[in-house]
Ligand binder design. Sequence first.
Ligand SMILES: Nc1ncnc2c1ncn2[C@@H]1O[C@H](COP(=O)(O)OP(=O)(O)OP(=O)(O)O)[C@@H](O)[C@H]1O
Ligand SMILES: [Mg+2]
Length: 343
Amino acid sequence: MSGTGAVPGNGAEQAGSLPAGRESGLVGKQVAGYRVEAEIGRGGMAVVYRARDLRLDRTVALKLLAPELARNDTFRRRFAHESRVAAAIDHPHIVPVFEAGETEGVLYIAMRYVPGLDLRALLDRQGGALAPAVAGRIAVQVASALDAAHAHDLVHRDVKPGNILVAEGTDRDHPEHVYLTDFGLTKKSLSLTGFTTVGQFVGTLDYVAPEQISGKPVDGRCDVYSLACVVFETLAGVPPFRRDDDMALLWAHQYDPPPPLSEERAGLPAAADAVMAKALAKTPEERYGTCLEFVAELRAALEGGVPGAGARAVAGGTAGGTPSPPPEPPEPPEWARPVFLER
Ligand SMILES: Nc1ncnc2c1ncn2[C@@H]1O[C@H](COP(=O)(O)OP(=O)(O)OP(=O)(O)O)[C@@H](O)[C@H]1O
Ligand SMILES: [Mg+2]
């Protein structure tokens, strides 16, 4: 694991600077019309709780941001603007925001509670890579969410496994339902050195685009880069760049070519290497124009590499006379099974 901040729960040691933690006993208390029920998780800048919306009597995820962010005018302005834009996007793969506001000097967001795991936890539980079919299903859902955001001129800026929530899907064909969360809520925009002015760690640098590092203006193509880093990790079990310290990691994002995916995980087709290299290009102009374009090419490359898939198609096409009914599709192999087991 490179990028020291990628470890889940790395915010524990920062509890003193967060709005509330296990220690402060917020559970059972009321915050802006929500009764806090349990802590779900915490990152570098916020604590997320499961809470009860007392007005509508429903469960929500309530995110309380660290108080020093509320004191930062740039962040406040951005928070207000981007919460409004994110709430305006109605998309099946974007976590719906119910309310964003401020109470007693703390910025908060109430959003849909997504039962399940975030992709960071899923990868850690899995002990590395996901099956290519699962990785592809997750990637396409995140890609569609990002492209929808880009169509609203909203750049996510912090696409990473911790911001991708994986819930149980609707049926056998859609075994996982993936939500993207935390639009524009990155502290990296305030300081990319890894620390804020109060010396708090920002988070992982495993997925940050070269133009974000160099402080150039960003557009949706920085999300293409970050998504490619995430997808690389879901397929290879490790992100594209791993270095001993953050400076070396930032350098690698800017100047080092990414390693071929097929070298990181044996058995992946070499055709996927070129797709990944394009998505991870150092300059935005050289990348895919949209996230869905990237993921479609990647999935085609991955599927094209499955032995036997082409052979079946040829056999069906050359049979003369009355075509026989197509054979039943075989049971999916172990690696293509859904990450959620049917009950
Ligand atoms: N809407 C939600 N429903 C259920 N769980 C959520 C929801 N939003 C966030 N979580 C959980 O809370 C955890 C903490 O979220 P948070 O955004 O504070 O941290 P992070 O994304 O891991 O790190 P960072 O602070 O760097 O963004 C997430 O990883 C996720 O597991
Ligand atoms: Mg987050």
